[in-house]
Design a protein around this ligand. Structure first.
Ligand code: GLN
Length: 250
């Protein structure tokens, strides 16, 4: 029986809006295929093991995400896992923490630099449902279905050439990477990009939890974690997930 080891990283500081559920979804989708899977929870102050198969990080408030960034930078385990090509899913504050820098608590804070992204502050919170069309960049080439989630952030994230957006926004705000009239990020200026893909990292502003709402993305990460192609995974029929997607994308 294949053993799948899922890292749930810093849920004590990064875990708003049910983001911990992303690890549960990966475990459940693996188990429904007869695989043995377990979640390894890593809390603030603990070392991140580098040999896990897949990692998830959630969102968080500004103060909490500063603590998360400082710890992950000092520890280095997550960066080594990324260098080794292990898939990493990062949500909202997680996306910002994995970028080059972000603004929180009135200052600019260093991120891990796993994503070529810089986050500044919006004037107004971006909040509500978000829907996007996958760009199918890099690791996400096999995504064909629309992505759905819930966003709530004050950060505006601009991607550099090293990163590609995960999706193109159809509804909602996403990265808020278009700037307002004064050259500052403006929550009223609708953006075109949502999230980021770089190497083995997939990052998004979508809470939900995003993997419960987007099973194709969950299986993409699962397949990458197992070192197989997504088509090799046995299809799962979960009517309640189809119903949720129909409602949210409708
Ligand atoms: N604190 C960050 C922001 O407001 C992230 C919020 C979140 O993770 N929901 O942009």
């Amino acid at each position: 029986m294949t053993e799948l080891h899922i890292g749930l990283i810093l849920p004590d500081v990064l875990g708003t809006y049910g983001d911990d559920g992303n690890a549960l979804v990966l475990r459940q989708r693996a188990r429904m295929r007869g695989l043995s899977a377990e979640i390894h929870t890593v809390k603030l102050g603990e070392a991140v093991p580098t040999g896990l198969d897949v990692y998830t990080l959630g969102g968080g408030e500004d103060t909490a995400q500063i603590l998360a960034a400082e710890h992950l930078l000092a520890d280095g385990g997550l960066s080594r896992a990324a260098e080794a090509g292990r898939p990493i899913l990062a949500i909202c504050a997680g996306l910002q923490v994995l970028g080059e820098s972000f603004r929180a608590g009135g200052r600019v804070v260093d991120g891990l630099g796993l994503i070529d992204a810089t986050t500044t502050a919006l004037h107004k919170r971006a909040i509500g449902e978000v829907t996007s069309t996958p760009t199918r960049a890099g690791l996400t080439a096999d995504l064909t279905e629309p992505l759905t989630g819930f966003e709530n952030h004050m950060g505006a994230t601009v991607l550099g050439p090293g990163a590609a957006p995960l999706g193109t926004v159809r509804r909602g705000m996403g990265n808020c990477d278009r700037h307002g009239a004064e050259g500052l990020p403006d929550a009223d200026a609708q953006t075109s990009a949502e999230g980021a893909v770089q190497g083995s990292v997939v990052a998004t502003y979508m809470h939900g939890p995003v993997l419960a709402r987007n099973p194709q993305l969950a299986d993409l990460l699962l397949a990458r974690a197992m070192g197989i192609a997504p088509v090799e995974l046995e299809p799962l029929d979960i009517p309640v997930v189809d119903k949720l997607r129909a409602e949210r994308l409708g």
